[in-house]
Design a protein around this ligand. Sequence first.
Ligand code: RIB
Ligand code: CA
Length: 310
Amino acid sequence: MTKLIIDCDPGVDDAVALFLAFASRDLEILAVTTVGGNVGADLTARNARIIRQIAGREDVPVHAGAARPLFRPPVEADHFHGESGLGDLTVFEPAAPLAPGHAADVIIQTVMAQAAGGVTLAVTGPMTNVALAFIREPAIVGRLAQVVVMGGARTEGGNITASAEYNIYADPHAAQVVFASGCRCVVLGLDATHQVRATAERVAALRALATPAAQAAAEVIDFSNGIERDIVGGKSAPLHDPCVIAYILAPQLFTARPCKLEVETGSALTLGHTAVDFRLADPGAATIQWVTEVDADGVFDLLNQRLAGQ
Ligand code: RIB
Ligand code: CA
């Protein structure tokens, strides 16, 4: 049983990641924490509770967190996620409220309350809450089993600017705090997530499942495919955030390499760029692993298998 905290900015792909996590009973989700990102913090906090209600998992507390980045002005991505943040999904005021406590404090309290190495942190949005927690209580850096992050790009270039991926671009200073902290980190950048495409066949297989979570997941993925077609000029959207949960559930589907990773925080032109270097004097001493290969069929098989039971 993996004890897990999920920090997210739902967001259509965050929603699919949450559905996958909520459907996986080999995960003990200690908390979901939310951050301003794709859409404002009030909406990401609501959206996480909407997904939780559809999944029937009101046993999991949702805590709201930072409404803005550490330094830079907020930048949202509602053009990719729709005004609500959940694409065309019918939104509603969830029955169960937010739990008390700021996300950064909840991350600290939860990690300190568990055994050393007992908690995994999944991060699928800007890393503001995580950076605040690391700054406020450095002891959690070494206590975390691992931090699995969706963010950055090396060979794929950027998706919000020419050289930056959104999660890092949205709060580059927070990302640098986390990557420089020495925490055991697995990073799924665009190099990995662009290998995991929601083709029509894959969406049809998901939609064929009769569960509310599978239907809702297929609906938000369809929305992403429409955006991919209309804005990006592609056919199938990459499934970014679910790769984080899939890695935690089935790491054998992924290949990673030790690296040195630094974030550009000074240049206006390349703000948020992730400089990923595999040339290491001592690879064994590296704390960051960069995912280079993904078994995309395996990820979709896992998603279908878990959502079929939800
Ligand atoms: O670049 C993709 C990432 O940015 C995903 O986490 C998506 O939800 C957006 O936050
Ligand atoms: Ca996200």
